[in-house]
Every structure is written in structure tokens, then in C-alpha cells.
Design a binder for this molecule. Structure first.
Ligand code: IDP
Length: 142
């Protein structure tokens, strides 16, 4: 297994519920390290750019409205197999289908307000990390 980086976003619903620390603890307990982090209230333009691949999907407008509805916490997670490890911790997109013990099962209400985002491939991780962070904002701890 290789050490990877992945982009995680704690979405507005989870920030509003005040479970940021509980979610980050799950990453840490699974062996991932937070190597960059910031809280941002995304603009419409930032959210549309981030989710550009979903532009033609019927839920795109709702997704952008939700992601700009309140602040989010954006992080880079680093660790062995970080991309898949994070996706496993998150659970299925629809919290009703997410496995027990996953973040979405425990903290999310609906497919729209589903607590977390995580990069789904090496290519998207690279694009998404660069979308939010300059190289000098990432602090690997070695
Ligand atoms: P993922 O976040 O599990 O990778 P994607 O299919 O990449 O899921 O979709 C991105 C986000 O768009 C989801 O996290 C969810 O918030 C939203 N979304 C996906 N499918 C639907 C849908 O059918 N209705 C409403 N929102 C959706």
C-alpha cells in the first residue's frame, strides 16, 4: 500500500451539528493524519467549480445551494491507502444505505445533507487537494 493524500470536506450539516471533532477523530483513529485544514464558507463559484463534474445532474443546483448554505471544514488527509480508507469511513452516499458505524450513517440525515465529501480516486484527490490548497499550506508530519 502507498501513502496517499485525499481531500475531505465536513459539509455544512455536520458543522451546524457541531460534530467536526467527532468526525476528525474517526479519521485519526483509522490512522489518517490531517496535514492541512481550513474552515471556509464556499461561494457559489467555488462550489460550482468543485462539483463541475456533476454540472448536468438534476441535483446540481440543490447540491451547490447546500454546500454554500454554511461553513465547511476542508482538510487534506494523509496515510496508507488514504483515499479508500476515507471512503470506507464515510459510508454510502445515501445515509440510509450506509453501513453501521460509518460517518454518514451516524451523522447524516439525507442524500443531500450527507455530512462529508471524500475524493473517490487518485485523479480526483489530486485535483481536489489542489483546488483548495497551495503546496505550502500542506504540512506533512513524516
Ligand atoms: P459521493 O459524495 O458519495 O462521492 P457523488 O455521487 O459524487 O457521491 O455525489 C456528490 C454529492 O451530490 C453527494 O455527496 C450528495 O450530497 C449529492 N447527491 C448525489 N446524488 C444525489 C441525488 O440523487 N440527490 C441529491 N443529491 C445527490
Amino acid at each position: 500500500m502507498a501513502v496517499e493524500r485525499t481531500l475531505s470536506i465536513i459539509k455544512p450539516d455536520a458543522v451546524a451539528k457541531n460534530v467536526v471533532g467527532q468526525i476528525i477523530a474517526r479519521f485519526e483513529n483509522a490512522g489518517l493524519q490531517v496535514v492541512a485544514a481550513k474552515m471556509v464558507h464556499l461561494s457559489q463559484e467555488q462550489a460550482e467549480g468543485f462539483y463541475a463534474e456533476h454540472k448536468e445532474r438534476p441535483f446540481f443546483g440543490d447540491l451547490v445551494a447546500f454546500m454554500t448554505s454554511g461553513p465547511v471544514v476542508v482538510q487534506v488527509l494523509e496515510g496508507e491507502n488514504a483515499i479508500l480508507t476515507n471512503r470506507d469511513l464515510m459510508g454510502a452516499t445515501n445515509p440510509k444505505e450506509a453501513a453501521e458505524g460509518t460517518i454518514r450513517r451516524d451523522f447524516a440525515e439525507s442524500i443531500d445533507a450527507n455530512a462529508v465529501h471524500g475524493s473517490d480516486s487518485a485523479a480526483s484527490a489530486e485535483r481536489e487537494v489542489a483546488y483548495f490548497f497551495n503546496a505550502d499550506e500542506i504540512c506533512p508530519r513524516g
